[in-house]
Design a protein around this ligand. Structure first.
Ligand SMILES: [Zn+2]
Ligand SMILES: [Zn+2]
Length: 440
């Protein structure tokens, strides 16, 4: 029904656009304006989807609760996705659990996956029935950053966000980061959708749209981990688990995970880390210990050896940010997230590479100037790991299908929508590795 309505509307719009552009004298005037107006106008309701009521976890007022919403009409280039799963990201936990006044009612989170239910008449990338991953970063393919090959900084993110639904009391509801996720429906521009043709579970696929996909991209996009290399991954949360597996898949010789939480160190070893160290136990010796571990083959200078202080890692992936609350498990050495960044510079070898992925660090980072300016170490700041979503997500799916990428082990707790708050609390507390809200 929705599909049929969309097809009719698409023909109508194309016809009127062609007619407008037909008058040569007005090609850059009225014709173009009319075509632009057709794009700007709120689209025809996609079948009966606009009347749809759906349930969502909404942060509003001074709290958050599950609400019944009424969907607003979609724009011509928007897509309605029936959510299957949405992985809860640590970065939303502070905002969701806060009791301060929300600026506007919002469906939190920034990733999900589901099935396309309806499309606006100008949508080309997806069709009703498609399974799609909706990652935290869109990819338009046309903005300056996309054309530079940095789709992780696609400027489509700045497109005006309008309310997608209304609460029973008439309050407008927005979608967090342009997509939300913790709701029966995601109403998104097509630039946020990556169709995937697979039977891999929704819980696994949603992790590719945010945490695990970010870590995977970090080891393959901004840097290219080479076989036999020494890799250090700071943080073995869901992002770190993606990074560890990218190193394993790329054939790293040694993968050292740094993680204070014991159960996460165990999981890291299962997913490919060759060694998991507790930064709390290592204390001041951490940097020297890692240098020693990387380059321990020989000290003989003329035989490819190093020197007494060790070599250091070829690649370091910083997959830990700042803490927004006190975890209910082992605490990190520095809740501001600054210390790991300083240590990364010190234990990465001259000529090595450091990828930073974390969020919510607090303060300023300072480095010994010579180490920073002359040591040949390169920093790569990776928004979503440098993910190029239309290129990368389908190949990550293939890696799951081939058994090379294990996302099942990262999904450790699945919650229904009514227990979303528990899922967010578990992520904040770090009592589970990967919390997913499921809608199927
Ligand atoms: Zn995230
Ligand atoms: Zn773009």
């Amino acid at each position: 029904m929705a599909q049929h309505a969309s097809r009719v509307s698409r023909r109508k719009v194309l016809k009127s656009g062609a007619a407008a552009l037909g008058g040569a004298a007005t090609l850059l005037g009225g014709g173009a304006a009319a075509a632009a107006a057709a794009v700007q106008q709120p689209g025809p309701r996609a079948g009966e989807a606009a009347e749809r009521r759906f349930r969502a976890f909404v942060r509003h007022g001074t709290g958050a609760s599950v609400e019944e919403l009424r969907m607003l009409p979609i724009q011509p280039r928007e897509v309605v996705v029936r959510t299957e799963a949405s992985g809860v990201c640590y970065t939303i936990t502070g905002g969701v659990l806060a009791t301060t006044q929300a600026q506007r009612a919002t469906i939190p989170n920034h990733s999900g996956m589901g099935v396309v239910e309806a499309v606006g008449p100008l949508v080309k990338r997806v069709q009703p029935g498609d399974r799609v991953i909706v990652p935290g970063t869109p990819q338009c393919g046309q903005c300056f950053q996309c054309l530079q090959g940095r789709a992780d900084h696609c400027r489509f993110l700045t497109v005006d966000q309008h309310p997608v639904a209304r609460m029973a009391d008439g309050t407008d509801v927005f979608a967090g980061a342009g997509l939300g996720g913790l709701a029966d429906l995601m109403i998104v521009y097509e630039e946020y959708c990556c169709p995937v043709f697979t039977t891999v579970s929704g819980a696994e696929l949603t992790m590719l749209g945010d945490t695990v996909g970010t870590g995977m991209a970090a080891g393959m996009d901004l840097i290219s981990i080479f076989p036999g290399s020494d890799v250090v991954v700071q943080g073995a949360g869901p992002v770190g688990m993606g990074a560890i597996q990218s190193a394993r898949i790329m054939g790293a010789g040694q993968i050292i995970a740094l993680e204070p939480v014991a159960y996460r160190r165990e999981a890291a070893l299962k997913l490919g880390a060759t060694l998991a160290l507790d930064p709390n136990a290592e204390g001041d010796k951490l940097v020297d210990h890692i240098r020693e571990l990387c380059g321990k083959e020989t000290d003989r200078r003329f035989a490819g050896g190093t020197n007494a202080s060790g070599r250091g890692a070829d690649f370091t992936i910083n997959a830990c940010g700042g803490d927004t609350s006190v975890p209910r498990v082992e605490q990190v050495p520095d809740p501001t997230g600054i210390l790991p960044l300083q240590q990364a510079l010190q234990f990465t070898r001259p000529g090595g590479h450091i990828v930073t992925l974390g969020f919510q660090q607090r303060g300023q980072v300072s480095f010994p100037v010579l180490q920073f300016v002359n040591s040949g170490r390169t920093f790569h700041a990776g928004q979503q790991g440098g993910l190029n979503m239309m290129r990368d997500l389908p190949r990550f799916v293939k890696l799951i299908e081939k058994g090379l990428l294990d996302v099942k082990s990262v999904v450790t707790a699945i919650y229904p929508l009514d227990r979303t708050r528990d899922a967010v609390q578990a992520a904040a507390d770090r009592t589970t590795l990967g919390a997913v809200v499921s809608f199927v």
